[in-house]
Design a binder for this molecule. Sequence first.
Ligand code: UD1
Ligand code: UDP
Length: 360
Amino acid sequence: MKKILTILGARPQFIKAAAVSRAISKADELQETLVHTGQHFDQNMSDIFFEEMAIPKPDYNLNINSLSHGAMTGQMLKGIEKIIQEKMPDIVLVYGDTNSTIAGALAAKKLNVKVGHVEAGLRSFNNKMPEEINRILTDRISDLLFCPTDTAVKNLEKEGFVNYECKIVKNGDVMYDAALFYSELSAEKSSIISDLKLTNEKFILCTIHRQENTDDLNCLNSIVRALNRINKEIRIVFPMHPRTRKIIEKENIQLDFEPIEPVGYFDIIELLKNCSLVMTDSGGLQKEAYFFKNHCVTLREQTEWIETVECGFNIIAGSDEERIYKGYQKMLTKQSDFNVNLYGNGDASEVIVHQLIENL
Ligand code: UD1
Ligand code: UDP
């Protein structure tokens, strides 16, 4: 029996781990222990995903959150190290690009424990993003690099990873696995469309939480001005991340419509199924827009999911009011054939499990 120690802490990691953990639980050769760092902690940012997606209750919760990058990562490193020493796993599995990701990878590697990185090889080429630093460093010390796309594999090859002692696997996107599985259940489990009186209504789904947008008041103000303008023409449904809410309230930024609280995964899927456009700075939602055949306006200057842009499903609009408005106008009426396969066949998690069995 091989022991896997999985580190998760932030909302996107719960979704990714839900898909992989289900596949792991079917493999007799593997046993998984879950460590929640506590990075996300509100009921609707954490527990709701465990409940809805039937992710096993974490074996550990470190309750580390709401700190500066260094303090958060440092405390996680210390907490995870102790658990690794206790459990002595065969591999530590980390997801994505958050502070929980780098803390898990670094703690493992310093104890000579193998690291598996799910969502390896993604790059925005913007080193000012905390996520980019987390990705680059995590990839460099990972033994098994699970890449969602050909672009991710190419990024690693360009950085010389073929010369390092690691294995690069292109397995597809585990978020696609999750979207396929849970979208079968969401209509029955979610009542958000009727609750928000959206039946037969056109609406835009919007999320904003990236540090580069929220912590730069010029950017945030400009995005909010664009949203206020667009909301006059078509309703915007805006589940607001706590980071964004805190800043909007503190800085008294005038949003002319009521945002909603962050929603669970079943609700977000139903919103994605029914909306006319997605406007977001989220990584996950850019892909989910495409999974559910929606166009996307990305409120950032770069994307790691470049295939969506190359295929014309997504447009990069940054944070400038005018560019966002033009992007919205262009993408709202655009017609596209979404029947191209960008993120695998929905078996990305099974490929990971197969590789874990083969390589541990
Ligand atoms: C983190 C990740 C980001 C990811 C995002 C997903 C890092 C560096 N960033 O950003 O890559 O896209 O998660 O959502 O790891 N907060 C709450 N309640 C919560 C969670 C957060 O109030 O449940 C507050 C925190 O107190 C803090 C702020 O939101 O003030 C930011 O939280 P933090 O975890 O530092 O970063 P995110 O913006 O969530
Ligand atoms: N999400 C959700 N409820 C919300 C907003 C987002 O369930 O209110 C889901 C959605 O599936 C998204 C995922 O959470 O892909 C991760 O979201 P987030 O934007 O927080 O993180 P990122 O993908 O940018 O790291």
